[in-house]
Design a protein around this ligand. Sequence first.
Ligand code: NAD
Length: 276
Amino acid sequence: MLVGVIGFGQMGSGIAQVCAIKGYRTFVYDENKDILEKNLEKLKNQLSQLVDRGKLTMDQYARFQENLTLKTELGDLEKCDLIVEAIVEDPQSKAKLFERISSFTSKIIATNTSSISITWLSRFVKRPERFIGIHFMNPVPVMKLVEIIKGLQTGTETLNQAVNFVKSLEKEPVLAPDIPGFLVNRILVPMILEAIKLFEHGVDKNHIDQAMKLGANHPMGPLELADFVGLDTLLYLADYIHSETRDPKFIAPNTLRRYVDAGWLGRKTGRGFYDY
Ligand SMILES: NC(=O)c1ccc[n+]([C@@H]2O[C@H](COP(=O)([O-])OP(=O)(O)OC[C@H]3O[C@@H](n4cnc5c(N)ncnc54)[C@H](O)[C@@H]3O)[C@@H](O)[C@H]2O)c1
């Protein structure tokens, strides 16, 4: 089976890595050609370090090299049996992309969106019965859970194929409802926003993170997690869920908006709530 991954950022890199290592021939496309080259180098370095530390075998590394191919034209993904979209969490950007993908494939198209309605997104594909949400968690190689979200028009065959694909990656598929934020982010986003509000009230960021690590047994504090997710992605999530639900708990704090304006997007830009 040939898998296509669109978007080679944090999530696309993780998804492509896992697919290639599990033996799927994987084509990767990103509209930013520099990112394609840069992130492939980054990924190779990370994986060879894992080999040095004995956490990845030479065979797995070789499979990754053999199976992953960068593509510079979207149309190069025409032969893919399954395309996983992992571009920016902006409804309009995704909508435009799905119209373009739909013009050259009738195979399964999956979106890795963290929040946007699958039923709404399926308006932009020609075959909504072959459209589904496959929501990987970050970091993809580590996290077991994958939310599977069926839109109103998603077909049973598509659902079964998505579940089998996720299981073949040795991940745990969980069916999540097609509501804004699905399951995990519906719960996670208000917690992170609340932590940012406490920070705005002057609470020390280290105290906030320590409190949740030691008091709730979270492996990462909420502000560290925000930096890890990407503050731009978090803001898109909050704004989208708020626009759909009108629930005030999803109103993005001013600090989050201003950090994004400043280009402080967290780990990926070297600065967020913390410096990296
Ligand atoms: N960051 C997380 O923790 C996380 C977790 C689960 C799901 N997601 C979802 O995964 C998706 C990607 O998030 P990310 O964190 O990898 O973002 P990212 O900013 O790291 O990467 C996005 C990539 O998409 C590319 N891109 C943007 N528009 C494009 C287009 N029209 N065509 C092709 N490429 C395009 C960009 O060049 C960039 O490389 C989003 O929908 C996000 O909500 C993110």
